[in-house]
Ligand binder design. Structure first.
Ligand code: NAD
Length: 253
């Protein structure tokens, strides 16, 4: 769907009171952070990289943890800036339309861009915090990364000696029930559910799409590649997100 699709989306958003947005890695590729499953995705280029995102390998294998810490040190999120797509969602909030911004991203760019913490639901956590898998200690990530830079390849928890990791949800790890509950509750209340830059393959969050549809929302899917929910979408836009999203979210009048 081309510009006529964008026009329809603009009208629906103008008429909506509650727009719920679900973002994935694709909104941040134009900020220099690769996605997982796109043509240049981390897993597309190196299928073995999936191990670093799986809690079972992380807990069982010190070599996986060391590789994870090296990859965290070099993560493009530390230098990334929000792009026009992130900023369009800040403008949507300022128009009073944004009911909730559910994100699978761990890069913290929605908050950096200026969306308010009350609206942003980070269902997969945030890379900027570290957590101890044994005692539950949580703290900022940068001091832990300083320890890695200083030579600790797999830094243990300073409180209890347990395994540290980023405070993000890896594959094989349970979501926080209260957080996913808030996300699903918001999806149920949406007049329009707009998904942006997500392949919609990770559940339960992808289930927000049929859930919102059943509850009466219009569904707009903005993604370069097809998704399994395209047939229930009222509009499908194939991006690029940093161009199409600001156009779609600009008021009609
Ligand atoms: P995904 O990699 O499965 O899918 C991203 C989709 O975005 C792809 O289908 C791709 O075609 C599309 N896309 C990429 N750039 C685009 C652009 N500029 N315009 C239009 N479409 C574009 O990502 P996902 O669905 O978010 O699932 C991956 C999981 O990995 C998530 O749970 C997330 O937590 C995590 N992840 C996060 C980040 C981040 O925080 N930035 C990066 C990689 C992965």
């Amino acid at each position: 769907m081309g510009s006529s699709g964008i026009e329809s989306v603009r009208k629906w958003i103008d008429a909506a009171r509650r727009v719920v947005v679900l973002t994935g890695a694709g909104i941040s590729t134009d900020s220099g952070i690769p996605d997982f499953r796109g043509p240049q995705g981390v897993w597309t280029r190196n299928p073995a990289a999936g191990k670093l995102s799986d809690i079972r390998y992380y807990v069982a294998d010190p070599e996986v943890r060391k590789a994870s810490w090296r990859s965290r040190l070099e993560h493009p999120a530390w230098a990334a800036e929000p792009n026009a797509g992130h900023l369009a969602l800040v403008a949507l909030e300022r128009r009073g339309k944004l009911h909730a911004l559910i994100t699978q991203n761990i890069d913290g760019l929605h908050l950096r861009a200026g969306n308010s913490p009350e609206r942003v639901i980070e269902v997969h956590g945030n890379l900027h915090r570290a957590v101890c898998l044994a005692c539950g200690w949580k703290g900022p990530m940068q001091p832990v990364l300083d320890r890695v830079r200083a030579g600790e390849a797999d830094p243990p928890c300073g409180e209890c000696g347990g395994i540290l990791k980023s405070d993000t949800i890896s594959f094989g790890q349970a979501l926080v029930p209260e957080v996913i509950g808030r996300a699903m509750g918001a999806a149920q209340e949406a007049d329009v559910l707009l998904t942006v830059g997500t392949s919609l393959q990770v559940f339960p969050v992808a289930g927000a799409v049929p859930f919102a549809k059943q509850a009466g929302a219009r569904i707009v899917i903005m993604n370069a590649q097809p998704t399994q929910f395209d047939d229930i979408a009222d509009a499908r836009l194939s991006g690029p997100i940093s161009i199409d999203l600001p156009l779609a979210l600009r008021g009609v009048g």
